[in-house]
Design a protein around this ligand. Structure first.
Ligand code: ADP
Ligand code: ASP
Ligand code: MG
Length: 439
């Protein structure tokens, strides 16, 4: 049972969380928590700030936790919990003092404090409500590679860690409260699993423990046909396949971390996305082969995308040209989202800058390159979607009507995703108008 930041950020929310956990106590739940809402953003801003600004942010982080603790806990517990938070904040301040602005390792250590603090609060909260709970810092059990900022778990070592640490606790009827988002390398350095990575933590635990279900408790009624914050008429999807959910997550639906699908598929564990603001709602069930009467259609959107156009008249049709291009992206650790090819050019989209200047420098040795920023990918997702003869026509007609130019298209690479690259500042309009044709 993974609870996101907004599900922890008020005393009322924590009371609900305790009730939700208590209701399922007979099923031996393992709880995963994110940092309180907004805390990770504050933490990762720290290394780059001036000393006075850092002190201000540290005070703000303390205040966020203090207000919640005072509101939720009885006086005696409240002092104990606050003492823990202050101890962590002192540790954090010392680390921030020495942190290097260009060290991903330092960023990860700093970012990990959000989940360390929230997991203690939730452990004590459950105890106050009469549920035996035990805080577990995931650096002891989720062992990852050393890709700081976007680490992947190592199955063998992690399985051993989870079995060693979690199993005995569950056996004793105690609820483990695990920090989401963080892990550690083999040599004990703290890593993070990428923004929104607590979903991935839950999925890793579900995979190793062969759970009956992985529950992602968030602030909306499941996976919607579009981000409900952008499209007011979006509606929750009852059941969706792993493949569709995975495409939606990869192409921007923040409700679920893209990496959280694979372990669930591998273990055959269904994932349920539920609303902690509406705990009795059905949510969305993600399974291998959903039974349903009508195909799912949804629109997602990934903002701040970069488009790289590589042009080379004489090279393009030469053997090994693509290999040369893609090996450069691989060499500098940049992953590519969409690709489109014409006779003399290749267009590639990326979702982050990384070491792009290095790649461009090397590409320019044998081709001409342009880089366009401030773009967005809007995707229409649903099994069999590319077999529809009318849909592409409707997509382009509706975008043309809204005067939204399309910069690149990827259609038919899979049968469940049509993606379009458009200007970032028109992304919300495009999502809304495209949702109108699929709803
Ligand atoms: P949490 O803190 O619980 O992890 P997130 O903010 O990461 O929550 O994810 C939930 C948010 O995802 C929702 O509030 C919603 O705005 C956004 N979202 C984007 N696309 C979708 C979608 N297709 N369905 C549901 N929510 C979506
Ligand atoms: N707290 C982390 C983040 O904000 C992880 C998560 O919320 O899932 O990215
Ligand atoms: Mg999230």
């Amino acid at each position: 049972m993974k609870f996101g930041g907004t599900s922890l950020s008020a005393a009322k929310r924590i009371h609900t969380l305790c009730k939700i956990v208590s209701r399922q106590k007979g099923k031996h739940p393992v709880v995963v928590v994110s940092a309180l809402a907004g805390v990770t953003n504050l933490l990762i801003s720290l290394p780059t700030l001036s000393v006075t600004h850092q002190a201000r942010i540290l005070r703000e982080i303390r205040k966020t936790h203090k207000l919640l603790i005072e509101e939720f806990f009885h006086k005696k517990a409240h002092q104990e919990v606050m003492a823990y938070i202050d101890k962590q904040l002192d540790k954090l301040a010392a680390i921030v003092k020495k942190a290097q602005t260009d060290s991903k390792e330092d960023f990860d250590v700093i970012a990990s404090f959000g989940e360390i603090m929230s997991s203690f609060i939730i452990t004590r909260a459950l105890e106050q409500e009469g549920i035996m709970a035990f805080q577990i810092i995931a650096t002891d059990l989720i062992i990852t590679n050393n890709t700081f900022g976007a680490a992947e778990f190592l199955p063998k070592l992690t399985t051993a860690g989870i079995k060693r640490v979690i199993k005995p606790i569950i056996k004793d009827g105690i609820v483990p409260i695990v920090t989401g988002f963080i892990g550690a390398t083999r040599d004990g350095k703290t890593t993070t699993l990428g923004r929104g990575g607590s979903d991935y933590t839950a999925s890793i635990l579900g995979f190793v423990l062969r759970a009956n279900e992985i529950q992602i408790w968030t602030d909306v009624d499941g996976i919607f046909t579009a981000d409900p914050r952008i499209v007011k008429t979006a509606s929750p999807i009852k059941t969706i396949s792993f493949k569709e959910a995975s495409e939606l997550a990869t192409f921007g639906a923040r409700v679920l971390h893209p990496k959280s699908i694979k372990p669930a598929i591998q273990a055959g564990v269904p994932v349920r996305v539920l609303n902690s603001f509406n705990p009795d709602g059905p949510g969305t069930l993600i399974v291998e082969n959903p039974r349903r009467s009508r195909p799912v259609r949804a629109v997602s959107c990934k903002k701040r995308i970069i488009l790289v156009n590589i042009y080379s008249e004489e090279m393009l049709l030469q053997k090994g040209f693509f290999a040369r291009i893609f090996s450069l992206f691989a060499k500098y650790g940049i992953s590519v989202d969409l690709v489109s090819v014409s006779e003399v050019s290749v267009s590639i989209t990326l979702d982050n800058e990384g070491m792009l200047t290095k790649v461009v420098e090397e590409l320019r040795k044998f081709s001409s390159v342009t880089v366009k920023r401030n773009l967005a990918i809007v995707s229409i997702i649903g099994k069999g979607i590319t077999r529809s003869a009318n849909l592409p026509k409707a997509i382009f007609a509706t975008l043309a009507k809204q005067k939204i130019p399309v910069r690149m298209v990827s259609l038919g690479a899979t049968d469940i995703n049509i993606s379009l690259v458009i200007d970032n500042d028109r992304a919300d309009d495009a999502v809304e108008t495209l949702h109108g044709i699929i709803a």
